[in-house]
Design a protein around this ligand. Structure first.
Ligand SMILES: O=C(O)CCC(=O)C(=O)O
Length: 311
């Protein structure tokens, strides 16, 4: 298994770079009011009516919509990206929307591996177009969890936190962003979001980027494979827009990309003890103190993976 590399700097501001490396995320101002309003209108052209629950544009079978969202989000974000980052390649923009629904939670996960993490870091700029509250699907993160251990990730690969999902729900820190503020996070940070129980849709733009020298690489596992290994696939820069398996048959062997063969992987398992050593012990939660969304999220994530990985 690989070791974590020294990260190649991508932030122009050295303090933000250091904070990002330490905690796995930082918060920055990103869109102004005009851009927020423009992106809302742009989204509404394609989606006069929202999909049910959690929906990302990368799930769409409509390639014109996927490509259109990608282009327009990148165009609008270009100045803020240039201001904040250096030596990067921006690979994809997408909408991530939660329409009001008790079924709109996103369970505990790390994002799928998209680059060779022995050298590079996959990064998301996740920016809501509305203020986030405890009721409309705020993003929660487990600070520093990007450095618990190196992993290969994908819907077909057992998650390393599979035994402690419901405990992680209680350690997550909500990031209450205002509309236009973005959280920039390492894709390997553990994160999740409760459902949107407000009356309005929660629309977010997500932009994936990485160091300019990195190439797309995804990982796949099947029980029939050689034991303790995953298969890697090289992908080109259009992967996020072209890959048909997001949101559909994401657990199947990739039909796009070039197999790079198998690499050893020991399928690590985070234990409750390790979690408590890092983050402290939490008090027992009695059933009457559990909010209903939390109970639903626990049920939703029990034994599940993020089976609709997008990026
Ligand atoms: O938009 C959300 O609520 C969750 C998004 C997420 O988990 C992701 O982009 O990986």
């Amino acid at each position: 298994m690989f070791e974590f590399p020294n990260m190649l700097p991508v932030f122009r501001d050295a303090h933000l770079q250091a904070q990002f490396e330490q905690t796995g995320y930082v918060v920055i101002p990103f869109y102004d009011e005009k851009q927020i309003s423009h992106l809302n209108q742009f989204y509404r052209q394609y989606h006069p009516v929202d999909e049910e629950g959690f929906y990302a544009s990368t799930y769409s079978r409509n390639k014109a919509y996927r490509a259109g969202a990608d282009q327009e989000i990148r165009r609008v974000a270009a100045a803020a990206i240039e201001k904040n980052f250096q030596d990067i390649r921006v690979v994809a923009g997408s909408f991530i929307v939660k329409s009001p629904s008790p079924n709109s939670a996103m369970g505990v996960h790390q994002d799928m591996t998209l680059v060779d993490e022995s050298q590079f870091t996959g990064i998301n700029i996740w920016c809501p177009l509305v203020d986030l509250t405890p009721h409309n699907g705020v993003l929660k993160v487990l600070p520093g969890s990007h450095r618990i251990r190196p992993t290969y990730r994908g819907a077909s690969i057992p998650d390393f936190y599979r035994k402690v999902r419901s405990e992680i729900l209680r350690y997550g820190q909500p990031i209450y962003l205002k509309a236009g503020q973005a959280i920039v996070f390492d894709q390997s940070i553990i994160h999740f979001s409760p459902p949107n129980l407000s009356a309005e849709s929660r629309i977010v733009t997500n932009i994936f980027f990485t160091h300019q020298d990195a190439r797309f690489q995804i990982a796949y596992y099947h029980e029939d494979m050689a034991e303790k290994a995953v298969e890697l696939f090289a992908q080109n820069d259009r992967f996020i827009v072209d890959f048909d398996q997001f949101g559909h048959d994401i657990k199947q062997r990739p039909t796009l990309g070039e197999s790079l063969g198998e690499v050893p992987y020991d399928f690590p398992e985070l234990t409750l003890q390790q979690l408590e050593e890092r983050y402290g012990k939490l008090p027992q939660l009695t059933p009457d103190r559990q909010p209903s969304w939390w109970r639903r999220l626990v049920q939703a994530v029990a034994g599940s993976t993020k089976n609709q990985d997008h990026e």
